[in-house]
Design a protein around this ligand. Structure first.
Ligand SMILES: C[S@@+](CC[C@H](N)C(=O)[O-])C[C@H]1O[C@@H](n2cnc3c(N)ncnc32)[C@H](O)[C@@H]1O
Length: 369
């Protein structure tokens, strides 16, 4: 069956009509086998799209674990940092899923990977075949800690709403109590005040989304942003916020990457804040940064509907991009109320606050990234 799966993945590297393929497969396979092949093929296409694994072709997937799993460049960075922080001894991974992290950790660490879900464990065991030295264990990882020098966990949410540690599986507060050097991958929306004192935190973004907060213990209270771009990592530490200053037409505004916002890295450096409560930065023209999307400000106007209609008539933007920060508006609802542009070219209406006052910024996007 596995060799049939490999052939199918090689033959169909991009999505095709699964119903048709299913009919063909049922001629040579039982229905159960055909369903397994189709599901594994479908999840392989998802894995490719998500950049979930370095080499996704031979792997077995389970749907929920694939969605929750680490993207491989992020898993690789974490494994390398773990090697620097925990260079010797046995690393125990509690809750390995189908191996998104295990496959990167296995390259660099003496590793024991534990998973309590039967189906995911089957996938994990298969996926780690090329690393026979990894000690794969079934069941609660907390009962497999013998000999551990350090631990790693990527807890799953127990339910969609929970925001407390006990809503995570495994519960991070139970892991920190063990007192082992540890690395935990948590949601970037975490409340830093609930973390153990002096831990270090990396906020990490991928494909424009802040994907994870990686929490290190022991640490020294360092917080930084990490951004993966064109195969390289950029990093920037937490800084004091820059002063609030004026924004005028012809200046540039910068919307920082979400990891830089979460880490309060205040990138690009050299900019100033346009409002006390916002992460949007302003600068003279010419300040470019890999950390931000930047816009040239053409005009600053009032943000009531009548004024916005007038501005869109004047600039005639097509396509029109509507962005907001610190402004309660639904861009798609507003768009329907504005005249459709024809020949003004692409443009952006930014709805935000400048020094406490709601304003509309008429902008052009600058493409330096
Ligand atoms: C978010 S997933 C891990 C994903 C994995 N890091 C990856 O990148 O593929 C969390 C996993 O932890 C497992 N788990 C939770 N508590 C556990 C425990 N105490 N022992 C073993 N596995 C556990 C869950 O079954 C789930 O598969």
């Amino acid at each position: 069956m596995h060799s049939t799966l490999l052939q199918l993945r090689q033959q169909f590297p991009a999505p095709i009509d699964l119903a048709k393929l299913g009919q063909q497969l049922r001629k040579e396979h039982s229905s159960q086998e055909a369903i397994w092949l189709l599901q594994q093929l479908d999840m392989y296409w998802d894995a490719l799209r998500l950049q979930a694994f370095r080499d996704p072709l031979p792997l077995w997937y389970e749907a929920q674990a694939l969605q929750m799993g680490s993207r491989w460049p992020l898993a690789e960075r974490r494994a390398q940092k773990m090697q620097q922080r925990f260079p010797t001894g046995l690393l125990v991974e509690i809750g390995a899923g189908i191996g998104g992290d295990s496959l990167e950790l296995a390259r660099l660490h003496q590793l024991r990977s534990c998973e309590k879900d039967d189906l995911r464990l089957q996938c994990l065991t298969h996926n780690l075949q090329s690393f026979p030295q990894v000690d794969v264990r079934e069941g609660d990882g907390l009962t497999h800690l013998g000999g551990a020098a350090s631990l790693y966990a990527d807890p799953a949410r127990r339910n969609a709403h929970g925001r407390q540690w006990h809503n995570l599986d495994p519960d991070p507060s139970q892991l920190w109590k063990l007192g082992l050097p540890s690395c935990l991958k948590l949601s970037p929306g975490l409340d830093e005040s609930t973390l153990p004192p002096d831990c270090d935190i990396d906020y990490v973004s991928h494909q424009g989304v802040c994907k994870e907060a990686v929490v290190w213990l022991p640490g020294s209270g360092q917080v930084s942003a990490w951004l993966y771009q064109d195969g390289h990592w950029l990093t920037s530490p937490r800084r004091q916020p820059p002063p609030v200053g004026r924004l005028e037409p012809s200046m540039w505004i910068h919307e920082p990457d979400p990891a830089a916002i979460r880490a309060q890295a205040w990138e690009p450096q050299g900019g100033w804040r346009v409002d006390e409560s916002l992460a949007l930065l302003a600068s003279p023209p010419g300040l470019t940064s890999d950390w931000a999307q930047s816009f040239e400000v053409l005009e600053i106007g009032d943000s009531d509907l009548k004024s916005l209609v007038k501005l869109q008539v004047k600039y005639d933007f097509q396509p029109l991009e509507i962005k907001k920060r610190g402004f309660d508006v639904e861009p798609e609802v507003l768009r329907k109320k504005l005249p459709k542009g024809k020949s003004g070219g692409p443009g952006v209406i930014w709805l935000t606050r400048l020094e406490g006052r709601h304003r509309a910024l008429i902008c052009r996007r600058l493409d330096h990234r």
